[in-house]
Design a protein around this ligand. Structure first.
Ligand code: C5P
Length: 224
């Protein structure tokens, strides 16, 4: 049994997982895993070199990628792949769509599984994604599942992107979010759904402070 504590934060895109994960990491001093970034990086690397629908070829690329997450706050975080700064490309909306295309593949998911587990180091880990509580860290001490309406998530994403200097359109974003949700929720391997023992938080209409107040109450109750 692995005694290093894990808190999982799952949910669809644009629901505030990043904010909750950062806040929990700061509160606990634990490490962080942004599992979506791993799928995004692999999709980008694959798009440059192989056919994205050739899942065996995509999966084969996973072990050779040298990935580093640097910085701790939203403003100074960077993602280095093979020593190069990929932050902007990784965060682009189009990359999220590419990632969800390869994420349907059991081979691709298996290739990333151990890499994700490797982030579980002392003193603990806050892991965010789609299947952290259901597949990767089933023995997590606290599991959260965040949700919100697609419109609200598109609106938040629009603000996030514009802060990062990336142009986007509300209607297109809404459409992309719905399409990505449908793909993530309906796939046969590790579909997006709450673990049986996860706490559900519907963040529609809630301020960031109100969401964090709920998270704080749950984390105190779980002994964090
Ligand atoms: O969370 P993020 O938007 O960065 O994830 C990009 C895509 O990667 C998701 O839409 C999903 O298809 C896939 N993903 C996944 N499992 C995870 C994290 C991300 O399938 N644990």
């Amino acid at each position: 049994m692995n005694r290093i504590p894990v808190i999982t934060v799952d949910g669809p895109s644009g629901v505030g997982k990043g904010m909750v994960t950062r806040w929990l990491a700061q509160r606990t001093g634990f490490h962080r895993l942004d599992s979506g970034a791993l799928y995004r990086i692999l999709a980008l690397a694959a798009a440059n070199s192989v056919d994205l629908d050739n899942h065996a070829a995509v999966a084969a690329l996973a072990s050779g990628l040298k990935i580093e997450f640097v910085g701790t706050s939203e403003d100074d975080e960077a993602i280095l792949v093979g020593g190069q700064d990929w932050t902007r490309e990784v965060r682009a909306e189009t990359t999220g769509a590419l990632a969800s295309r390869i994420a349907v593949s059991p081979e691709v998911r298996a290739a990333l599984l151990q890499r994700q587990k490797d982030f579980r180091v002392a003193p603990g880990l806050i892991a965010d994604g789609r299947d952290m509580g259901t597949v990767v860290f089933t023995d997590a001490r606290l599991k959260l599942f965040l949700d919100a309406s697609p419109e609200e998530r598109a609106d938040r994403r629009l603000k996030q992107l514009s802060k990062a200097g990336i142009a986007a359109n509300f209607a297109t974003l809404c459409e992309e979010i719905r399409a990505r949700d449908a793909r993530d929720r309906s796939r046969s391997v590790a579909p997006l759904k709450p673990a049986d023992d996860a706490y559900l938080i519907d963040t529609t209409g809630l301020s960031p402070e109100a969401v964090l107040a709920k998270v704080e109450a749950l984390s105190v109750a779980a002994g964090f």
